[in-house]
Design a protein around this ligand. Structure first.
Ligand SMILES: [Cu+2]
Length: 173
């Protein structure tokens, strides 16, 4: 009796280790292996010390929602996910529509769906550039996912936006 208990007790932890190893190996690789496609990425040219923003279309072909909890790039002191809000506000005694940006803690791209990051909407904010972003430059931006994964995007710098970006946006359905 005692011997049998000891035998099964030794097997269970070994199985758990195997399960944990498989999950750790599968989670980040899933995003890197084509479930997520980032299209039309670009960032606005700006000088050192100024702010800029990166835009793109994130397509999630996976079976699970993609939850982006932040972003990282070595071209700015801080990188945040922002949304733009239109508000009615009193300006010099007149009710005026005012555009305001705020940081969002997470950006969800639903399974089988896409989210557009565009000027005047969602964007990746690059706060206080540590490097000048010039037309023709490219830098690496990592989108950080809830499960600890990184989606690395090579972002070209542009003054006006990528040629044909407007067309990409219409391929939706
Ligand atoms: Cu912003």
């Amino acid at each position: 009796m005692r011997r049998r208990m000891a035998g099964s007790g030794g097997l269970v932890p070994a199985l758990w280790l195997l399960v944990v190893a498989v999950v750790l190996a599968a989670a980040p690789a899933a995003w890197a292996q084509g479930h997520v496609v980032v299209e039309g990425a670009w960032a606005r040219a700006a000088s050192v010390g100024a702010n800029s923003a990166a835009y793109m279309r994130i397509v999630n072909h996976g079976p699970d929602d993609l939850v982006i909890v932040g972003a990282a790039a070595d071209v700015a002191e801080r990188v945040e996910i922002h949304q733009t809000i239109m508000e009615m506000s009193m300006v010099e005694g007149r009710l005026t529509q005012v555009m305001r940006m705020e940081r969002i803690p997470e950006l969800v791209v639903p399974a089988g769906s896409a989210v557009e990051l565009v000027p005047g909407g969602l964007h990746v904010m690059l706060l206080t550039l540590t490097r000048e972003l010039q037309e023709g430059d490219t830098f690496e931006l990592a989108l950080l996912t809830e499960d600890g994964g990184r989606i690395v995007v090579h972002v070209p710098v542009s003054v006006l936006g990528p040629a044909g970006a407007g067309e990409d946006a219409h391929h939706g359905h």
